[in-house]
Each structure stands twice: as structure tokens, then as C-alpha cells.
Unconditional design. Structure first.
Length: 203
């Protein structure tokens, strides 16, 4: 029993030390940026501070990886991924995704989450513009777990998408390929932990 207690204390210490070390790395990077700024090396300071921002966003993205649902019955899933999105993708920000598939079939669903991207603000305008929906074949407004969403489906192409807006800062996209209806899309969209996403935006 004493051995187990000691082992537990060691594991706790290692976890704490690892988290503290990561925090120190970010703090050191910020200090480096400030030192460069004070020396007048403004370009290098920007590079150093941007790197620190990327490190912080990576920590944030890791927190998004736990909100993805488990695979539906008969489905499998790859490990979720989370990262700070490059400026070329949605203007930067934080992104996370997970791929779901049915073995030996073409059927698949991808869930993608993007938050704190400058381009999201302009994209959100479409969700309040009736003319936008009128020009999109098969698009309609729906609600997923109380969240505003747009559902699109093409029976001919056998593909569909549900885009969910959370707090005007986050976009969740559920995209399906080789699907005959929206049942799987809706099932996955409704299985996402939206309370965790709202809490994420509050932190």
C-alpha cells in the first residue's frame, strides 16, 4: 500500500514538474521577446513573441481534443488532433479535428473546430444573412443542442455538412462523405460536448 502511495506521489510530482517546465518555456520565450524589444531589435522581438503565442495556442488546442465524441456503433475513429492554425488557414487561430470512418467503406465524417480566427468574424455574417441561404442549394437553418447551425446536403453528391456557431468565436464543422442522408451527420453533431466548448471560450 505504501509503495502505491509513493508511486502516486512520484507520478503527481512528475506531472506537475512537466506542466511547470512547459509554463517556464513560454515565460522564458516572452522574456526573450521583451529583452529583444528593449534592445531595439523589434523584428526579432515580434518573432520571439509570436512564437510564444503559438506555444500558448498549442496548449489551448490540446484542450479541444477531448470534446470530440466517441465513434458511433459500427464506426471507427483516428486520434483527434489539435494545433494553432497557420495564418494561411482561416487567418490563424486555434483548430482541432477528428476523422471518423467505416472500415472497408468510403463513408466518413470529419469534425473540425476553429476558434479565435480573424476570418471567422466575416464568416459569421453569413449566418444572419437570409440572402446567403437563399443562394445555397439544400441549405437550411437548424439548431444543434441549442446552438445555431447551417445544414447542407447533396443527395446527388452523397455529401453533407453541418456548421455550428458557438459564441460568435467558434465554428464547428461536421462534414460527411459517401452518405445517403443526414442521420450520421446529425448524430455526430449532437454528440459533441458543447458545454465544454462554451467553457473553453470562457477561459
Amino acid at each position: 500500500m505504501r509503495v502505491l502511495v509513493k508511486l502516486g506521489l512520484v507520478l503527481t510530482f512528475v506531472t506537475f514538474f512537466h506542466a511547470a517546465a512547459q509554463a517556464d518555456e513560454i515565460i522564458d520565450q516572452i522574456k526573450e521577446g521583451l529583452q529583444l524589444y528593449e534592445k531595439g531589435s523589434h523584428s526579432e522581438a515580434v518573432t520571439a513573441l509570436n512564437f510564444a503565442v503559438g506555444q500558448i495556442q498549442q496548449k489551448q488546442a490540446a484542450g479541444l481534443k477531448n470534446v470530440f465524441p466517441e465513434p458511433l456503433a459500427g464506426w471507427q475513429a483516428e486520434e483527434s488532433s489539435g494545433e494553432s492554425a497557420p495564418a494561411a488557414f482561416m487567418g490563424g487561430g486555434i483548430s482541432a479535428s477528428r476523422h471518423y470512418y467505416v472500415e472497408n467503406q468510403d463513408k466518413s465524417v470529419d469534425i473540425e473546430i476553429v476558434t479565435d480566427s480573424p476570418l471567422l468574424q466575416s464568416l459569421m455574417m453569413f449566418f444572419t444573412n437570409p440572402a446567403f441561404f437563399a443562394s445555397q442549394p439544400g441549405a437550411k437553418l437548424v439548431k444543434i443542442q441549442g446552438q445555431k447551425a447551417v445544414q447542407k446536403f447533396s443527395r446527388q453528391d452523397r455529401e453533407g455538412e453541418i456548421d455550428i456557431v458557438i459564441g460568435s468565436r467558434m465554428l464547428v464543422s461536421v462534414k460527411g462523405q459517401a452518405i445517403d442522408n443526414t442521420d450520421d451527420l446529425l448524430a455526430y453533431a449532437n454528440a459533441i460536448d458543447y458545454q465544454a466548448l462554451v467553457k473553453f471560450l470562457e477561459n
